[in-house]
Design a protein around this ligand. Structure first.
Ligand code: GLU
Length: 477
């Protein structure tokens, strides 16, 4: 039975890398009819905040990544973490290191000066009881370090990257597993130790996470062995890169799922795009899919080793695909709060708003486009430069005047689109211009610019709220 986990640290809002890791875990769990669980890694007391936990859980729900069990709170398991450290101390696999910060800094400086990679030189690995007592008598506190044999060969078969191997000598020396504390206590347990203890206790079968954790995996494998725990299988997903091929960072503008949400991306498009950040669809499958469609065919064989470049065009294309598939009712439900936020009031009858949504749907890329594009239907727009130029064209004012006269004698009420089109032809004849001039001028008058959705529908929507005549008259003054 497959059990996977997402282990977010609540030190910030839901990060795009964490969301992508969540997607891969979720897809694999669903594909294998397994279980997807959460562990909130809140042991960094200073940086962890309940509001970040809230944000992460809400973000996952928004994306449709439901979890199967009550989330595990890491800080509640600290006694188990300490027990594991004690057992390593008892077996002589871990020891107290009394080296002070300044001694460690001097050590690293010396290594740098002689062009060596910085590493702990294991100086306190074999202290005698007398030496330990002398340090304690000086009032020194100690960290606890786990022994890493330089000669150790660490191997695993990564589901994404295949055969992996690391040497103990490349892991930076004996690793700190508990923070500095007096010699009679075990200080705060640290990430690598804690993750191993928790993953084993939670019976996690597959650890799926970002490539930035590869060196941690090597260290964690040594801890599994030392603690006599069964090994999970590992899969490391590629990094997410920006368009220049560098790791996506704060400088790229968006890093949090919140940002995408605020920009008007839909959860379906984001979840779809996150899946494509590293996974490629099997032959014959479209790139636009739902999470459950992807789960049906998901496998790590199709996850790339190379970094995944973030492609805004593809994300925008997916978002447009999602929006274009929405019904007017669904779009109206999503736009109503955004319109209300602008202080726009919809007419009493729902049918006007639904018809406006039907007009907008095909031209949306972002949900927020449904605010910008709806603006001239709620507020009389300023006449833009191109609209003013159009209205100054020979015959334009005459055509507008002709339309005004027609509307004054017979308002739009009940007019069908064929009749509206016929009026445009008649107005063109009367003003002695081509029909195109009438159409452009009408659009300029109604929307204040020359770009916009279908003209006749635009006219009809404005007519239904009594906004067409005043806007046409405004052009003449
Ligand atoms: N809390 C770690 C992180 O957010 C978890 C890494 C892991 O999956 O082990 O990076």
């Amino acid at each position: 039975m497959v059990r996977v986990r997402l282990a977010p640290s609540p030190t910030g809002t839901l990060h795009i890398g964490t969301a992508r890791t969540a997607v891969f875990n979720w897809l694999y769990a669903k594909h294998e009819q397994g279980t997807f669980v959460l562990r909130i890694e809140d042991t960094d007391k200073e940086r962890s905040k309940p509001e970040f936990t809230q944000n992460i859980l809400e973000g996952l729900q928004w994306l449709g990544l439901n979890w199967d069990e009550e989330p595990v709170i890491q800080s509640e398991r600290v006694s188990q973490h300490r027990e594991a450290i004690q057992s390593l101390l008892d077996q002589g696999l871990a020891y107290r290191c009394y080296a002070s910060e300044s001694e460690l800094t001097a050590m690293r400086d010396a290594q740098k000066a002689s062009n060596q990679a910085p590493r702990y030189d294991n100086r306190h690995r074999n202290l005698t009881p007398d030496q330990e007592q002398a340090f304690q008598a000086e009032g020194r506190e100690s960290v606890i370090r786990f022994r890493i044999d330089d000669a150790a060969e660490i191997r695993w078969n990564d589901l994404v990257r295949g055969a992996m191997s690391w040497r103990g000598s490349d892991l930076g020396g004996d690793m700190v597993i508990a923070r500095r504390a007096p010699a009679d206590v075990i200080g705060d347990p640290l990430y690598n130790l804690v993750v191993v203890v928790d993953d084993a206790a939670m019976e996690i079968t597959h650890v799926i996470r970002g490539e930035d954790h590869i060196a941690n995996t090597a260290k964690q494998l040594l801890l599994y062995e030392a603690l006599g725990l069964p090994l999970p299988t590992f899969a490391h997903a590629p990094l997410i890169l920006n368009s220049e091929g560098r790791k996506l960072s704060k400088r790229d503008g968006v890093t949090s799922i919140n940002d995408f949400r605020a920009m008007g991306y839909t959860p379906d498009a984001i979840a779809n795009y996150m899946t494509l950040l590293g996974w490629s669809v099997p032959e014959g499958m479209e790139e636009r899919f739902s999470l459950s469609e992807a789960a049906a065919v998901f496998s790590f064989e199709r996850v790339n080793k190379a970094g995944a470049r973030f492609d805004w065009d593809k994300l925008n294309w997916l978002n447009a695909q999602v929006l274009h598939g929405w019904t007017s009712e669904h779009l109206l439900k999503k736009l109503t709060p955004l319109w209300a936020g602008r202080g726009w009031e919809q007419p009493n009858s729902n049918s006007w708003s639904l018809d406006l949504c039907a007009l907008l749907v095909p031209s949306l890329t972002l949900l927020n486009d449904g605010v910008d594009q709806a603006a001239p239907f709620f507020e009389c727009p300023e006449l833009q430069e191109d609209a003013l130029e159009q209205l100054a064209v020979d015959g334009a004012k005459a055509a507008v005047t002709n339309l005004i006269e027609r509307l004054e004698s017979k308002p739009w009420d009940g007019m069908d689109t064929d009749q509206a089109k016929a009026w445009l032809g008649d107005a063109a004849k009367a003003a002695g211009v081509k029909k195109g001039v009438v159409m452009k001028s009408l659009r300029a008058a109604l929307l204040g610019r020359l770009q916009g959705p279908d003209l006749i529908t635009t006219w009809s929507l404005l007519a239904r709220i009594g906004e067409d005549l005043p806007r046409l008259r405004r052009c003449l003054s």
